[in-house]
Design a protein around this ligand. Structure first.
Ligand SMILES: *Cc1c(COP(=O)(O)O)cnc(C)c1O
Length: 470
């Protein structure tokens, strides 16, 4: 009897050693190491043994098993957090990592990763410095703030301000501004955690300056205004304006703080976008402190700013919580590089990816969609009708929720009856691509809003791969 078949009679599978000694096994060991490869091969053989059907199939070849192990090891080595195509139509998508950073920030981060830096070292004095020094003067220059500090995110900034200025005392906020942002940031909860007592002022739809005046007592520590961010109030409404609140607080000797949420540094009207009060505007209108995010409209890394009166910023910096909330050298490098771009507003829309996405014209996006439509249609085959449709993108992350940007999308509609199931299946196939594609489903169609697409060739190549698989 030939050796192969006599062995097969006793063992239907190659041994771990045989697989490792095959050509592909050696490749696997060179790439992933002996330990990981051995473990993977052992797992595969155990699984095969457990599910071996009767009668026994042909004995698998060692090389083929090793090739399968390479495939599995490759999948395991793929980063968990990886690049995706954000074709949801929401530019600042919190679940997709919000702002895409400018090249200047990418380079600054690389340099800070590779080398020691003067993170907390004053090079001119040769003494210990402060990490916030790297952005302080920039923020002062751009916003007119006396001083500023940065922490992990805006939620942390709000928390630090409350814990420093109003711990054990009352904080006044309008009932119409007790917002929840993304489920995990609720103003009342943050207040509780910061050790301040929330005093709700006014009615849900209407709050007047006189309501604030009446609510101030010896217990009051802080007057606060919160940007509504992700909702708008219509109808019979009133709010106490920031400048009036600032004057009232000053008369009573209390600090007045605005949580701006997104926090624009420049007038977006310049690019035909809706106007928002900038950080500088709010400070000029009398706010003592302003808090805002780094990765929303600002277009930088995740961070939270506290900007305004120097004595209050110093008080926050002196709170022990600051240590737990501070930024590392990488994000500070990215933040500094991003803020520097604001010195040249004329070129900001070219250099800052978020702003570039906001100002992208519908005609340009539509042309992009027309070019990609045939490849997408071909990939999906005859069961789908693919068209280019007009749609509206959102800025996202609670910034200007009312204002939609005119855009264009590839729309895929299944021709069969089980439309819901077909759309779910297609969404899953797109998410399984090498660079996962995330769109949105609306009105029995899958929409790929191309506003944020910055790599047309890559998406086209992926459409080809999608077609090849189906
Ligand atoms: C987004 C937002 C926050 C939270 O900011 P993060 O940077 O995500 O922590 C807080 N307040 C307002 C008004 C917001 O819009």
């Amino acid at each position: 009897m030939p050796a192969e078949s006599s062995e097969r009679a006793t063992s239907p599978l190659p041994s771990v050693d045989e697989v490792l000694r095959s050509d592909a096994g050696e490749v696997a060991i060179a790439r992933f190491g002996r330990q990981a490869t051995t473990a993977e091969v052992r797992r595969m053989l155990e699984r095969l043994r457990a599910t071996m059907p009767e009668p026994r199939p042909a004995r698998p070849r060692s090389d083929a098993l090793a090739a399968e192990a390479i495939h599995r090891l490759e999948e395991g080595a793929r980063p968990s957090q990886r690049r995706v195509f954000n074709l949801t139509g929401t530019v600042l998508h919190t679940n997709l990592g919000r702002a895409v950073l400018p090249e200047e920030a990418v380079e600054a981060v690389l340099a800070a990763m590779r080398h020691p830096t003067n993170l907390e070292f004053d090079l001119s004095a040769g003494e210990r410095g402060e990490r916030d020094d790297h952005v302080r003067d920039l923020v002062r220059e751009i916003t007119g703030a006396q001083d500023c500090l940065v922490v992990n995110n805006n939620a942390a900034a709000v928390m630090l301000v409350l814990a420093t200025l109003a711990c054990g005392r009352e904080t006044l906020v309008s009932r119409g501004e007790l917002v929840e942002i993304g489920g995990s940031f609720r103003i009342p909860e943050i207040m509780k955690r910061s050790g301040t007592r929330l005093v709700e002022v006014g009615a849900t739809n209407r709050t007047h300056l006189s309501d604030f005046a009446a609510a101030i007592s010896a217990q009051t520590g802080l007057v606060m205004k919160v940007h509504r961010s992700n909702f708008a109030m219509e109808g019979f409404t009133a709010e106490a304006p920031g400048p009036a609140l600032a004057s009232l607080a000053r008369e009573r000797g209390l600090p007045y703080v605005e949580d701006l949420g997104s926090g624009t540094l420049v007038d977006l009207g310049r690019w035909g976008l809706p106007r928002e009060r900038t950080v500088g505007d709010v400070l000029r209108e009398g706010a003592d402190l302003v808090t805002f995010s780094g990765d929303k409209l600002l277009g930088g890394p995740q961070a939270g700013f506290i900007a305004g009166r120097a004595d209050l910023v110093r008080a926050c910096a002196g709170n022990h919580l600051k240590r737990a909330l501070r930024l590392d050298k990488l994000r500070l490098a990215a933040l500094e590089a991003t803020l520097k771009l604001y010195r040249d507003p004329d070129r900001l829309a070219e250099r800052l990816p978020t702003l570039r996405a906001f100002v992208r014209r519908r005609e340009e996006i539509q042309a992009l969609a027309e070019r990609l439509r045939p490849a997408f249609a071909q990939a999906l085959g005859p069961d789908w009708s693919v068209s280019v449709v007009a749609c509206a993108s959102q800025i996202g992350s609670g910034a200007l929720p009312q204002d939609l940007l005119p855009s264009a999308a590839l729309a895929a509609e299944p021709s069969g009856r089980a439309k819901g199931r077909a759309l779910l299946a297609l969404s899953a196939r797109l998410r399984a691509l090498p660079v996962p594609v995330v769109g949105r489903v609306a009105e029995d169609r899958l929409l790929l809003d191309l506003r944020c697409l910055d790599d047309e060739a890559r998406l086209a190549a992926q459409f080809a791969a999608l077609g090849a698989r189906s």
